[in-house]
Design a protein around this ligand. Structure first.
Ligand SMILES: Cc1ncc(C[n+]2csc(CCOP(=O)(O)OP(=O)(O)O)c2C)c(N)n1
Ligand SMILES: [Mg+2]
Length: 320
């Protein structure tokens, strides 16, 4: 921890709280009937989003998933435009036409959340190829779930990135479930990182509840990618506290299992580390949390009060 600048540690904590607060607030609004569509919350997985994105430059690329709010926030996504998108308003990232699963911000290298499981991996591979051809030193990171690693797109992307030594980092958010299917009945392997062997690239397991551990592992993978030594598969072992989607009754797992995971909460444990090391006081942590909650509230208000998109834009941005 001593090697990480204090300002970055503060920023990491704030970013993790920003994600938690964004998700908590969006769930409340969804349940109150204010937000249309679907929500897949990332609560519990904040350390993977923030540890990874803290190792990236602003112009590095990122692809995300259906469970992507935290990924986008960690890469610098604007909360006001995100809430506006959830409200399906004109000021949203997709002018209200994409919703939760299609948020992107090219100015931040965010090439898109994606409702198609596994679809972000080949996009990141393509971005990494473009970076290699331009010699621009940009790295492309792809987030995806454990279930996505059973998709052909995962294997094709890793193979191509490996053969061409592309500057890509593949970060699996292994939360042990694909919808209601536990990993033990969808995969025979202990560690998803083992799949890297098939492509002769490094495969690293990391504690996805520990933001500093994720930061360290991804920083190394990013450095390797920038040196021209090719991709890495990172498996971050994490857990989603809530259902697959907001409203999921969650009958496929026990209350005890969820409670056990919550004892390893990534925010609580990071705060404990920071306060024990004398880097932040408990009071300072609460100030950070309170500040972030105000920021989220302002973003909600922006979304709520923004205008509806005009019907004339319905056929814009459509391929025919
Ligand atoms: C190609 C494709 N197949 C199936 C689905 C339906 N689906 C949506 S999320 C999901 C589970 C994905 O699990 P995982 O990759 O572990 O991500 P998590 O939801 O756990 O974050 C499935 C099967 C889909 N959206 N796209
Ligand atoms: Mg999963």
């Amino acid at each position: 921890m001593t090697a990480v600048p204090v300002e970055l540690l503060h920023a990491m904590l704030a970013s993790m709280w920003r994600i938690r607060a964004f998700e908590e607030r969006s769930i409340e609004l969804f349940q109150a009937g204010e937000l249309p569509g679907f929500l897949h919350a990332q609560i519990g997985q904040e350390a993977v989003c923030v540890g990874t994105c803290s190792a990236l430059n602003d112009d590095d690329y990122l692809t995300s998933t259906h469970r992507g709010h935290g990924d986008i926030i960690a890469k610098g996504g604007r909360l006001d435009r995100m809430f506006a998108e959830l409200y399906a308003k004109e000021t949203g990232y997709c002018r209200g036409k994409g919703g939760s699963m299609h948020i992107f911000d090219f100015s931040l290298g965010i090439l898109g959340a994606n409702g198609i499981v596994g679809a972000g991996l080949p996009i990141a591979t393509g971005a990494a190829l473009a970076s290699q051809l331009r010699g621009s030193q940009q790295v492309a990171v792809s987030f995806f779930g454990d279930g996505a690693t059973n998709e052909g797109a995962f294997h094709e992307a890793l193979n191509m990135a490996s053969v061409w030594k592309l500057p890509a980092v593949f970060v699996c958010q292994n939360n042990e479930y694909a919808e209601s299917t536990p990993r033990r009945i969808q995969q025979n392997i202990q560690d998803i990182a083992a799949r890297a062997v098939g492509y002769d690239i490094p495969g690293v397991v990391v504690d996805g509840m520990d933001v500093l551990a994720v930061y360290e592992v991804v920083s190394e993978a990013v450095a390797r990618a920038r040196r021209g030594d090719g991709p890495t598969l990172v498996e971050a072992k994490t857990y989603r506290y809530l259902g697959h989607y907001v409203g999921d009754p969650g009958l496929y797992r026990t209350k005890e299992e969820v409670e056990e995971a919550m004892t390893r909460d990534p925010l609580t444990s990071f705060e404990r580390k920071l306060t024990t090391a004398g880097i932040l006081s408990e009071e300072h942590c609460r100030t950070i949390e309170a500040g972030v909650r105000l920021e989220v509230e302002a973003a909600v208000e922006f979304g709520r009060t923004s205008p509806e998109p005009h019907e004339s834009i319905a056929f814009e941005d459509v391929y025919a």
